[in-house]
Ligand binder design. Sequence first.
Ligand code: COA
Ligand code: AMP
Length: 636
Amino acid sequence: MNIHEKSRYHEVHARSLRDPEGFWAEAAREIDWIEPPRKIFDASMGTYGRWFVGGVVNTCYNALDRHVANGRGDQVALIHDSPLANTVSKFTYAEMLREVQALAAVMQDFGVTKGDRVILYMPMVAEAVVAMLACARIGAVHSVVFGGFAARELATRIEDAKPKLIFSASCGLEPGRIVQYKPLLDEAIRLSSVKPETCIILQRPQHGCDLTAGRDHDWGSLRRAALDAGKKAPCVPVLATDPLYILYTSGTTGIPKGVVRDNGGHLVALKWSMFNLYGVKPGEVWWCGSDIGWVVGHSYIVYGPLLHGATSIMYEGKPIGTPDAGAFWRVISEHKAVAFFTAPTAFRAIRKDDPEGTFIRKYDLSKFRTLFLAGERADPPTVEWAEQQLKVPVIDHWWQTETGWCIAGNPVGLGMLPVKHGSPTVPMPGYQVDVVDEAARPVPAGTMGSIVIKLPMPPACLPTLWEQDARFREAYLTEFPGYYKTSDAGYKDEDGYVFVMGRTDDIINVAGHRLSTGGMEEILASHPDVAECAVLGIKDTIKGEVPCGLLVLKAGVTRSPAEVEKDVVALVREKLGPVAAFKLAITVARLPKTRSGKILRGTIKKIADGDTWSMPATIEDPKVLDEIGDALKGRV
Ligand code: COA
Ligand code: AMP
């Protein structure tokens, strides 16, 4: 019998589609409900139906209190490992609970109640996890903003979420550089018409900051006072359908989309995934090397492992340079992690520095069972290298901020299916993944098309965008009626394996970070000397893709193209953030367009990447492509 036959996957997936309510009702038994759901799925509610309607629950209770009540109080819940701060700290479930109860009480003292929004603009410190869980405890809706984003990005999120309170820190740590958060926070609040009443600021020892009188409060003093006074906020019951968090992600314009996550569906799907997909048992050590600013960090640094009673590692460092390409293996071996989840880009960086895997052999990785990759396409050479070096299964899996958990993966707990390099394997329970043509008709196996998910989507997937039902419908549900549009293109093979080949919109993936080229174009176009521009993602051996901007300068501009190019590089760093890795702007005389005026971005990309391309039939002037080719020579 081969592993394919041994896996329970096919039976489980088929059941989840045949009897979704029965399937998810069973999964929901793993959650402690204050009141069980009246209806497992109500098709009449929301934009495409809602899960666990009428259920009353508390996410923080399920992540902490119940484990303490069930004897896991002394087990380590969170290991914070920071080669950048040179510290390792551990918090048991009982300690986490005490911290969360105290901080939740502090929030209540500032008037934060159920349904209020709270923004976290935080580096990778344990306090960020405490703050997320404290929000969940009192029914406040958190919105974590990634620390690599600039003030303007933070401002758009403050404007949209209208937070009552913001948690932030004096600084973040990047290799060789301290990132001061306070000036970014102050500037964001200045830019936003919405002003939070309260900011709670964590003073980090590496760099302190001044507090703004009346608005800012010192996190450490509030914490100490609350713990000394024995303050403990109880869990506030919320509906399963109430929002747990909003997470902003790049849309096709500069205005980000506020993805809403509910409490009930999120609890059930994440808990299900920890063993069935990741093969991790309660009490084991699990490491997700993402950032809490991304969905992967939300789901698998914070919620998934804690709901499951596992030990979660939070890492403030890089795959290389902190201090070397052995950083990951040091963490896995020191903390005895059984599974690790990161982005392929991290492995490309390690492979470049340590192609022979010399560092890997310096560490005892005997407890380590599985490597999971996501965030961008896992290119087969990287996967093969990782398999050869680590000698454990390397599992690519595909998901999006919108879904909150894996759409297609290889379910370790149910029994692994054979790995096919280049494919994240098969749809998870509740996901009917189809590949369709423009008319929403499924295409035959092996044919490329738009990848869509049949409605309703399973628990944890977004019910809507924050206060924007119409934008949600328009962006996701309209183009392919009856389906959710993933905006990814690809195909399925004869065995039902999904192959995700790239986006159909202007989203690019830079080192696993999701960015909008449309948003970057808006920034470039705001430069007074720029008449027209186009930004596209071009191939990069480490980051997968990096943005490249083409500029057409206005007539009569006296400054040199090199000066303007330098300006726009600085402008994107200032307005969007360093994480965009926008380092290349090239001035051209004209942009290639179709006769109807559409910029031929796809063709420019092929030229830049050195791929074969053919002259588009609709091109206005074929000579422009030669000019572009010449301009790109030696620069990309
Ligand atoms: N706060 C402030 N700045 C940040 C930041 C943060 N939280 N995160 C990144 N940056 C900055 C970096 O300092 C860097 O600035 P620089 O241009 O001055 O060097 C820039 O943003 C780009 O950072 P990064 O994407 O980390 O690239 P890098 O070149 O420093 O490192 C990798 C490359 C591949 C090692 C790194 O991208 C990596 O580890 N990627 C894995 C990502 C990941 O796990 N994603 C999770 C998705 S599942
Ligand atoms: P994010 O919302 O930041 O998680 O980015 C989601 C997008 O990243 C997806 O729509 C895909 O384009 C891409 N992506 C994530 N994981 C994978 C994967 N395993 N294979 C291919 N693309 C992926």
